[in-house]
Design a protein around this ligand. Structure first.
Ligand SMILES: *[C@@H]1O[C@H](CO)[C@@H](O)[C@H](O)[C@H]1NC(C)=O
Ligand SMILES: *[C@@H]1O[C@H](CO)[C@@H](O)[C@H](O)[C@H]1NC(C)=O
Ligand SMILES: *[C@@H]1O[C@H](CO)[C@@H](O)[C@H](O)[C@H]1NC(C)=O
Ligand SMILES: *[C@@H]1O[C@H](CO)[C@@H](O)[C@H](O)[C@H]1NC(C)=O
Ligand SMILES: *[C@@H]1O[C@H](CO)[C@@H](O)[C@H](O)[C@H]1NC(C)=O
Ligand SMILES: *[C@@H]1O[C@H](CO)[C@@H](O)[C@H](O)[C@H]1NC(C)=O
Ligand SMILES: *[C@@H]1O[C@H](CO)[C@@H](O)[C@H](O)[C@H]1NC(C)=O
Ligand SMILES: *[C@@H]1O[C@H](CO)[C@@H](O)[C@H](O)[C@H]1NC(C)=O
Ligand SMILES: *[C@@H]1O[C@H](CO)[C@@H](O)[C@H](O)[C@H]1NC(C)=O
Ligand SMILES: *[C@@H]1O[C@H](CO)[C@@H](O)[C@H](O)[C@H]1NC(C)=O
Ligand SMILES: *[C@@H]1O[C@H](CO)[C@@H](O)[C@H](O)[C@H]1NC(C)=O
Ligand SMILES: *[C@@H]1O[C@H](CO)[C@@H](O)[C@H](O)[C@H]1NC(C)=O
Length: 558
C-alpha cells in the first residue's frame, strides 16, 4: 500500500504506447520494442546496481544467457484510481525495482495500448535501462506486464569489456478482484521470460522439466493418497545345483507406473544370492530423457522388497507445477502391497546337488495404494523448467573467450612445383581445428585443407574440409601461412545454436598463431610432407569477434 500512495501522489504523466506492427511496439518516447526480444538497441545506460558474481558457472553471465527473465511480485491493480503496482527482480543480476503505473486499464478498441510505468525505487533518476509497461483488461480480470532492460555482467575476466545484455519479454496473469478495490494477481510470483537482443539475439528455451510436472493432477497427491500400478512382475528364486548347471540367484523385476503423472520406472533388484529372506531396497530407473541431466530435478524411485512376505514398497519423489508454476513442489510418497504372484517351481539338476527354481509372475496389473498423501516440499519459483547451469557452450565461449584448439599442422613442399607460397617450396598447408568450449560439444577436430586462392588477397587461401564434411565450427575460413615467421593467420566463421536451435548465430573472428610444435618430415619423389605430432595441440585465441544471425538453413535438421 505504501507504493500505491507514493504513486498516487506523484503527478506523473503517463505515456501511451501503441502498436506499430503486429509484433512491434513503440512508445511515445520513441522506444521501439519488438516482441519477442530482437534488436532493442536503445542507448540505454548501464545500471550501477549490476552485481558481479564469483562463480563463472552460476553467475551473472551464465544466468543472463540461460534465464534472462524477471520475477514480478505483488502485482496489484487498484480499481479506484486505475493504477497498478508491482516489484521486479532481474534473475540474472538481482536488480530490484518497485514499479507503479497510472491509467493501467486498456482501451479495448486499441488492443496493443500499454501504459508506461514509473520506476518508484529511485524516482529521481528514472532508469533508462529499464522499461516497464502494463495493460490491465477493462474489467480488471487480467494484467499483461512487458519489461525490457539492459544490464552488464563483469563476472568473467576473459574479455576486456563487461558483457552488455539487453532483454525483453512479457507475461500475463489473471487478477482476482473480489469485492474490494484491490485486484491482486492470482499467481503470487509471475515470471516474465526475456528474449535476448544483446549480445546475441536468442530466445533461450526453458528446460522440459521432469515428466508429468505440468500434468493436471500432478500435485493432487499432496491432499489425496496417490497410487501406482505394477506391471510385468517377475520374481526368481533359484537355489541352483552347486553350480553344476545353475547358480543360485534371487531377482525381482517389475515396472512401476505413477498414476498422477503417467511416469514409468523399471525396477530390477538383484536380491541376496544366499537366498536369504532379508528385505532389500534398490533404485529404479526412470523412463524418457530425465536421466540425461538437462533438467534441474530428476524423478527418483526406490523399491523395497521383502522376499519372505512378498511385501513390495515403492517410494517415489516427483515434481509438480500444474497448479501454479510459481509455486512448484517436490512430492515424496510411498505405498506398499503384498505382491499377488503366481509361482511355479521346477527341479534344477539331479542327485545330491539338485536344486529348486521358483518363478513367480503377476497375472494382471497390481494396484499400489498409498496410505497417506505425499509430503510436499516447496521449490524455488519456476525452478522446474529452469535449465540446469552448464559449463560454457558454443555461444557463451564465443563471447567470453573464443579459441581454437589447433593440431596436426601439416606442410607439404615440392621443389619442382610452380605453385608454391611466395619464396618457399610449400605447395600445401593444412591443420585441424576444434572450437574450444566447456561442454566439448565439438567432439572431433575439423580437418582443414588448402583450397583456392582468395581473390585480391595474395597468399591467402580458402579452407576446404574433408569429403562430405559440412562443419559448423569452423563453418568457413581463409588463411595464410608465413613460413619465415612460422605463423598462421586465420579468418574464420563458426556457427552456434546451443542456446537457441531456431536462431543460429554466425560468429567471425581472426586468429594469429605461431606453429612452434616440432615437425616430423618424410620425403617421397621430391615431395616432402611435414606434420606435427598427433598429440601436439595448442590453444589459439580468436580476436576481433563479431556476430550476426546465421541463415537458418545452415543447420542440417537433427
Ligand atoms: C543473486 O542472488 C542469489 C541468491 O541470493 C545468489 O545466489 C546469486 O549469486 C545472486 N546473483 C548475482 C548475479 O549476484
Ligand atoms: C510482497 O508483499 C509482501 C506483503 O506485503 C511483502 O512482505 C513482500 O516483501 C513483498 N515482496 C516484494 C518482492 O516486494
Ligand atoms: C490518465 O489519467 C489521468 C487521471 O489520473 C487523466 O487525466 C489522463 O487523461 C489519463 N491519460 C490517458 C492517456 O488516458
Ligand atoms: C580473473 O583474473 C585474475 C587475475 O588476472 C585471475 O586470478 C582469476 O583467476 C581470473 N578469474 C577467472 C574467472 O578467470
Ligand atoms: C528360495 O528357495 C529355497 C528353496 O526352495 C528356499 O529355501 C529359500 O528360502 C527361498 N528363498 C526366498 C528368499 O524365498
Ligand atoms: C510392507 O512394508 C511396509 C514398509 O516397510 C510396511 O509399512 C508395511 O506394513 C508392510 N506390509 C506388510 C503387509 O507387511
Ligand atoms: C522415501 O524416500 C525418502 C528419500 O529417500 C526418505 O526420506 C523417506 O523416508 C522414504 N519414505 C519411506 C516411507 O520409505
Ligand atoms: C499360473 O501359472 C501357470 C503356469 O504358467 C498357469 O498355468 C496358470 O494358469 C497361472 N495361474 C493364473 C491364475 O494365472
Ligand atoms: C521348491 O521351492 C518351493 C518354494 O520354496 C517349494 O514349495 C517346493 O516344494 C520346492 N521343490 C523342491 C523340489 O524342492
Ligand atoms: C611449371 O612451369 C613449366 C614452365 O613454365 C611448365 O613446363 C610445367 O608444366 C609447369 N609445371 C606444373 C606442374 O605446372
Ligand atoms: C626448394 O627446394 C630446392 C631443392 O630441394 C632447394 O634447393 C631450395 O632451397 C628450396 N627453396 C626454398 C625457398 O626452400
Ligand atoms: C564465409 O562465407 C561467406 C559467404 O560465402 C563470406 O561472406 C565470408 O567472407 C566467409 N568468411 C570467411 C572467413 O572466409
Amino acid at each position: 500500500m505504501r507504493l500505491h500512495l507514493l504513486l498516487a501522489s506523484a503527478a506523473t504523466v503517463t505515456e501511451a504506447v501503441f502498436l506499430v506492427a503486429t509484433d512491434q511496439l513503440q512508445d511515445a518516447a520513441g522506444f521501439s520494442i519488438q516482441l519477442p526480444g530482437h534488436a532493442l538497441a536503445s542507448a540505454a545506460q548501464i545500471h550501477k546496481d549490476t552485481a558481479a558474481a564469483v562463480s563463472p558457472i552460476l553467475g551473472c553471465t551464465t544466468s543472463s544467457f540461460s534465464i534472462p527473465s524477471w520475477f514480478v511480485y505483488n502485482l496489484t491493480y487498484y480499481r479506484d484510481d486505475d493504477t497498478a503496482t508491482f516489484s521486479i527482480v532481474n534473475r540474472a543480476t538481482n536488480y530490484t525495482a518497485d514499479i507503479g503505473c497510472n491509467n493501467a486499464t486498456a482501451d479495448e478498441s486499441k488492443p496493443n495500448l500499454y501504459s508506461h510505468c514509473q520506476i518508484l525505487t529511485d524516482p529521481a533518476t528514472n532508469d533508462d535501462a529499464l522499461l516497464a509497461l502494463v495493460r490491465v483488461t477493462q474489467k480488471g480480470t487480467a494484467a499483461n506486464v512487458l519489461l525490457r532492460q539492459t544490464w552488464t555482467c563483469n563476472d568473467r575476466n576473459t574479455t576486456a569489456q563487461p558483457i552488455k545484455f539487453s532483454a525483453a519479454g512479457n507475461s500475463s496473469v489473471p487478477l482476482k478482484c473480489g469485492n474490494g478495490i484491490n485486484c491482486p494477481a492470482v499467481d503470487s510470483t509471475l515470471l516474465v521470460r526475456g528474449n535476448l537482443a544483446a549480445p546475441v539475439a536468442i530466445h533461450p528455451a526453458p528446460a522440459e522439466g521432469p515428466i508429468g510436472h505440468s500434468k493436471a493432477g500432478c500435485s493432487a497427491a499432496t491432499t489425496k493418497p496417490p497410487s501406482w500400478s505394477l506391471q510385468s512382475v517377475y520374481y526368481l528364486n533359484q537355489t541352483g545345483d552347486n553350480g553344476a548347471t545353475a547358480l543360485s540367484s534371487q531377482t525381482l523385476m517389475l515396472q512401476v507406473i505413477n498414476h498422477a503423472i503417467g511416469y514409468q520406472a523399471g525396477c530390477t533388484g538383484f536380491l541376496s544370492d544366499d537366498l536369504s529372506t532379508k528385505p532389500v531396497s534398490f533404485t529404479c530407473t526412470g523412463q524418457g530423457y530425465d536421466f540425461i541431466g538437462k533438467d534441474r530435478y530428476r524423478i527418483s524411485t526406490q523399491a523395497l522388497f521383502e522376499p519372505a512376505t512378498f511385501n513390495f514398497t515403492v517410494n517415489q519423489t516427483w515434481y509438480c507445477d500444474d497448479v501454479d508454476a510459481g509455486k512448484p513442489v517436490s512430492i515424496t510418497a510411498s505405498g506398499s502391497t503384498v505382491l499377488p504372484l503366481n509361482c511355479t517351481s521346477v527341479a534344477v539338476g539331479s542327485g545330491a546337488t539338485s536344486g529348486n527354481k521358483t518363478t513367480c509372475l503377476s497375472t494382471s496389473d497390481i494396484l499400489v495404494q498409498a496410505q497417506k498423501p505425499g509430503t510436499a516440499t516447496p521449490l524455488p519459483p519456476y525452478s522446474i523448467t529452469d535449465p540446469l547451469p552448464t559449463p560454457d557452450g558454443c555461444t557463451v565461449s564465443s563471447i567470453v573467450g573464443p579459441a581454437w584448439t589447433m593440431s596436426s599442422f601439416e606442410i607439404d613442399s615440392d621443389a619442382k612445383s610452380n605453385n608454391t607460397l611466395a619464396g618457399t617450396n610449400i605447395t600445401d598447408v593444412g591443420f585441424n581445428l576444434q572450437f574450444s568450449t566447456g561442454t566439448n560439444e565439438f567432439t572431433y577436430p575439423v580437418s582443414v585443407y588448402q583450397g583456392k586462392p582468395v581473390d585480391g588477397k595474395p597468399q591467402w587461401f580458402h579452407c576446404t574440409f574433408g569429403a562430405d564434411q559440412i562443419p559448423l565450427a569452423p563453418y568457413n575460413c581463409t588463411f595464410t601461412y608465413d613460413d619465415a615467421k612460422k605463423q598462421l593467420m586465420l579468418a574464420a566463421d563458426w556457427i552456434c545454436s546451443d542456446l537457441d536451435k531456431a536462431n543460429p548465430i554466425l560468429f567471425s573472428g581472426t586468429t594469429t598463431t605461431a606453429v612452434t610444435k616440432p615437425f616430423s618430415c618424410s620425403t617421397d619423389g621430391g615431395q616432402t610432407q611435414c606434420l606435427t605430432d598427433e598429440t601436439a595441440t595448442w590453444n589459439a585465441p580468436i580476436v576481433n569477434v563479431t556476430w550476426r544471425p546465421a541463415d537458418k538453413n545452415v543447420l542440417a535438421p537433427s
